[in-house]
Design a protein around this ligand. Structure first.
Ligand code: PEP
Ligand code: MN
Length: 350
């Protein structure tokens, strides 16, 4: 059961409600977000209606909602209205417009990143991606530029105004990544790194939570619940493909996850067709399909010279191919009634 506390409530009123719930024998989770405070009441099995009526009687309570799902706070059962995640001043993810997040897999140097940032902005991207701390399957492959990579991302942001999406790989890197990032990315391999989830839950920056390689949607939403219940309500989900028996693609991009997730949770969802397919020539059709399926955005890997990329060059679009992709995504976005954000809001300089 979820109890939403009025914005006008005093800490004493809230504490009084918590104490009463605990005295009744239930466990509580108090989630203080930037916008509102929510109390999750755990272990309610009987007399649900009576308890709901009782809690609804408190002056400080805005709403009481019974939730049967294992993930409570992120469940659509509890909150029907879509969560809109604000990034910086201009970007609202989940607000009905399609956002394109673009950039290289990995920050490889200043020139390539700044050049890519200008190009993707010119084409209509509204956020810049790029890893400075990289999760690598092989210990021998490039692990990212670390702090220097973050500084380069900040320079690209200063020049283009594009907010930065970058991965935090380890709780020990939180402080430094938090200083630079606008959106903290949790990679697929870390979806169930619960200590890391608890750490980003304390951050006052939005989190993009990628689906684990072999995670069910329920496990993914429970991971989101860790972040939300820990106090960070700005969670964006990202479908990036899952492991299946199919070997024609790097992963199987589960686009049915988009409407499933939309039905189960109020959180926004982004589709990543780059990691989802692992092949550059499949990225554009699956980006179109992701938008058609109702995603709030797509995340695309773009590199000035994919053939020379240190990571994921095989799935990265050239500048020309990215520009062509945008032209194909635009009419699809308009057709489903949620235009590409840059067309609707920001004027793109040449
Ligand atoms: C990435 O976005 O570069 C990345 C490593 O993605 P994933 O965690 O989905 O593999
Ligand atoms: Mn990558």
């Amino acid at each position: 059961m979820i109890v939403v506390i009025k914005r006008t409530a005093t800490p004493e009123q809230t504490q009084d409600i918590v104490d009463k719930i605990v005295a009744m024998g239930y466990a509580v989770n108090v989630s203080q977000g930037a916008e509102r405070l929510i109390i999750g009441v755990l272990g309610v099995r009987e007399n649900k209606d009576m308890l709901a009526a009782q809690l609804g009687g408190f002056a400080a309570v805005e709403r009481v909602m019974p939730v049967s799902k294992s993930y409570k706070l992120v469940s659509r059962e509890g909150t029907q209205t879509d969560t809109v995640v604000r990034v910086g001043q201009a970007v609202e993810i989940g607000g009905g417009l399609v956002h394109v997040i673009a950039g290289p897999c990995t920050v490889e140097g200043r020139d390539m990143l700044v050049e890519t940032a200008h190009w993707v902005k010119r084409c209509g991207a509204t956020l810049l991606r790029g890893g400075a701390y990289k999760p690598s399957t092989s210990p021998y492959s490039f692990q990212g530029m670390g702090k220097e990579g973050l500084e380069i991302l900040a320079e690209a942001r200063a020049q283009t105004g594009l907010p930065i999406v970058t991965e935090v790989l380890d709780p020990r890197d939180m402080e430094i990544v938090h200083q630079y990032a606008d959106v903290l990315q949790i990679g697929a391999r870390n979806m169930q790194n619960f200590n890391l989830l608890k750490e980003v839950a304390k951050a006052r920056k939005p989190v993009m939570l990628k689906r684990g390689l072999s995670a069910t949607i329920e496990e993914w939403l429970l991971a989101a619940e860790y972040i939300y219940s820990g106090g960070n309500h700005d969670v964006i989900l990202c479908e990036r493909g899952i492991r299946t028996f199919e070997t024609s693609t790097r992963n199987t991009l589960d686009l049915s996850a988009v409407p499933v997730v939309k039905a189960l949770t109020h959180l926004p969802i982004i589709v990543d067709p780059s990691h989802g397919t692992g092949k550059w020539d499949l990225v554009t059709p699956m980006a179109r399909a992701g938008v058609a399926a109702g995603a709030d955005g797509v995340m695309i890997e773009v590199h000035p010279k994919p053939g020379d990329a240190l990571k994921d060059g095989f799935e990265s679009l050239t500048f020309e191919r990215f520009a062509a992709m945008m032209e194909q995504v635009r009419p699809v976005a308009r057709a489903v009634g949620r235009p590409v954000a840059s067309d609707a809001s920001i004027t793109i300089e040449a």
